[in-house]
Design a protein around this ligand. Sequence first.
Ligand SMILES: Cc1ncc(COP(=O)(O)O)c(C=O)c1O
Length: 396
Amino acid sequence: MTMNDFNEYVMGTYNRLNVSFSYGDGVYLFDSDNNRWMDMISGIGVVNLGHSNPKIVRTLKKQAALLWHTSNLFLIEKQYKVAKYISELSFKGKTFFCNSGAEANEAALKLARRWGKKFSDTKNRIISLKNSFHGRTLGSLTLTGQQVYQQGFEPLLPGIEYIEPNNIDELRAKFNSDVCGIFIEVIQGEGGVLPLNKDFVKEVRRLSGKYNALFIVDEVQTGIGRTGKIFAYKHFGIEPDVITLAKGLGNGIPIGVMHAKDDVAVLNPGEHASTFGGNHLVTAVAYEVLRIVSKKAFLRRVLEIGDYFISGLKKIQDSYPAIIKQVRGIGLMIGIETDYAKNIFDIMFENKIIVSNIKNKVIRLLPPLIIGKDDIDYFLNIFADSIKRRVNDEIG
Ligand SMILES: Cc1ncc(COP(=O)(O)O)c(C=O)c1O
């Protein structure tokens, strides 16, 4: 199959790279010529436990031989177990199961509107942040505060307004009792790995309480151990009313969830649904993922190895401050700000290392959480060497 064959039949919604992988093992992928590639982005923050993780493979095989799907018209034991686990790891609440991050946010959007309607017909305003990313369905696209993704799809959903991240004055000015919900990513992922200020997040919590609005934290990219805590909001000293999860929860098996505190979980039969949502297969995997990721020692290790990685990158920054403007992140969610992101991406790609280039401004790294120090050293050596030899040459 060539790129042309592929494009003949598959819709061109991505700028695809001309590589096709045959199998994976931990941090590594192997292409059709059996070349080894290092996956420093985990399939965009998904395969957090590594490719072909033996425990996940075992769980998947076992469940696949038993039962995949029965519909949500029946009790699904693993769904109950995952929902209970999420409650124990976050706050006591109820979980809705769907298949992706966008769907989880779509569900949260409906929940916020439903919540507002309980109080008044005008309580339907939703606040979201500029530079955010919440998905591509029309509702989640409207939540996504970046025009570049929205252009051409207007009219968008009414009633969603945007404020600058970290602007407490604007936040206060926008809030009133007609706000039914506010969405934030505590670290904007697609926006460039930008953590919000703690004071701002705390003020969102305070105002949401004051005006009886749902405080919704999109943990689709930051959740499931990515930042060294099971959910990234735990770094910020607050508790939201609703969280949305997807990506890492299934380690590549498609699953999304919206988890809401008991008193705000107001969706009733017929008000929301998903055919595939939370079926036997995906919830068997999600349960195993949660079991592995939520262990204290696992999360502690993510923080430690994240610190090791970030300090290695900062040393390279010290040597090349003209190229690397900033290294930031928590755990294994790392952003490297540079005007040479495209150049660095290309060099890493030539070296068979996959990173993410955000708008030619930030190199984002979301390696599998099981990455070892040896792998990080391997990456750092090639990264430093590439910058030294190539980028430095080019800018003189
Ligand atoms: C924070 C956040 N929310 C939502 C989404 C959308 O998730 P999905 O692509 O599974 O619909 C993404 C995807 O990158 C994301 O990073």
